[in-house]
Ligand binder design. Sequence first.
Ligand code: GLC
Length: 554
Amino acid sequence: MDLSVKKLAQVTALVSKMTSEEKVGQMILVDPRFLDTPADISTFNIGGVFVNGGGAPPPNTTESWILLAETMQHYAGKSSMKKPLLLGTDAVHGHNNLYGSVLFPHNIGLGAGNNPQRVEEIARITSLELASTGFNWNFAPCVAVVDDPRWGRTYESFSSNTEVTTRLGSAAVRGIQSSFGTGKARVLACAKHFIGDGGTVGGVDRGNTKMELAELRARFLPPYEAAVAAGVGSIMLSYNQWNGTPCHASRYLISDLLKHELGFRGFVVSDWDAIDDLAPKNRYIDAISLSINAGLDMIMASRKYKACHAGLLELLSRGDIHLSRINDAVTRILTAKAALGLLDRQQPELPPATQIDKTKSRNIARSAVRESVVLLKNEAILPLKSKVKRIHVCGEFADDLGLQCGGWSISWQGSRGRITEGTTILEGLRNLAAPDMTVSYSPGAEVPDGIDLIIAVAGEYPYAEFHGDLTELELPQDQQAFLTALTNRNVPVLCILIAGRPLVIKPYLDKFDATVVAWLPGTEGDGVAEALFSRELPTGKLPMGWPDDKKPTS
Ligand code: GLC
């Protein structure tokens, strides 16, 4: 995120003219649902607004997103600063809060595909779609390296391998920020969550990452070094602690390591209300002081934006936060706005929604899905033989868009059902079946007579963050019962797993003739069918070890 000397001078001149109220206002990020009145955007000179998982403006159309963006920018234009807002959201596998948007495989699937060009292309398309709805900041990529797949955010990570995560994470940053330096609307990336979110004890989300500094640096720092080198404009702090110290309160991690040693010149944003827990409940002002002095620049304040504004002013006036720290934070935030063209007199044009080529997006998503499928076992089932004429597909995961999309899909936690537009795995299999093939279906384990192949689709129900933490890496009980009912049939079984992480499936792996994992493919389920009907075997490689004691044949 390089700025010309002229633009840097513009930012410096702007900061020198700002009042304290304007400066602290720019350091606050709010969720519009919690504004007492949209006019508070003007009153408090708020710097950013965000839509988080499930916060889509009703009725969740491109038009309702554009209206929200325009309304928020209208109020920003009426503030004393009159500078446009950063408008952020979690578009972590496509513009996934927006109905009808193409949802790409979650990062774990892209990690299995391990194709940096594909990752960059998906990120670029996502930015185009985000910008077409008036938004200019993506809380992505998640560059977590996963130690324990029991973690509920495993699927948001590319891999448990630091090098793969580093390579794919920087490709995502390049793709998200690809329109920088052009006259077109631009989107800021946000590498997250700094640092060690995937390394907590027991995979507990927001838990404690317990390790020596040398190991923390070796395992989790390279993705941030590469993101900084790729010009990432913002970095989000992590909820977890490092050896008991919350990342949001660590001056060493934020200032010494990230800003000084890595030379990160963008701005650091907190996670949702993450600073609240840094001090006793009734001492929010102490939490603000601790985190801002550690090096935090922008507070995701959601409900507490007024207390945040007043607290920052009070801390500044009594010298608990030095003016130089405030000026540094505001300079970083306004530098990002300058890079986005938000400080220019003439705002960059939004790409018209008509410029979104859905067919192209679907084709790219389908290719990414195909590349993500990993073969765990194959006893002469794949590639499908020409003699296979009657296929019976079973399992609710075969014909449910919400289940194949997983969390962060239209809603925060994701849900069953036709949550958006797309193609289920069953629809994909039927689309690709040869004219002389039949593809029957049952949601349960009932299988008609005369079948040549059973395709059983099972998986994990959607979840996000701590809601997905597990103590045992197992499928849900009903899915285990469903698969058990399909063992010892006198028909070959090909099992497709829809999961956000590796799971213990040994009891079935041994009994089924073939098993593949398709992770959380998103809206283009026909990419799974393409991987199965291809003349080639699935090419995906495990992005993290499989827990079964029997190593799969991949
Ligand atoms: C969540 C997540 C973070 C996300 C933020 C805003 O709690 O931890 O990844 O960007 O809130 O939705």
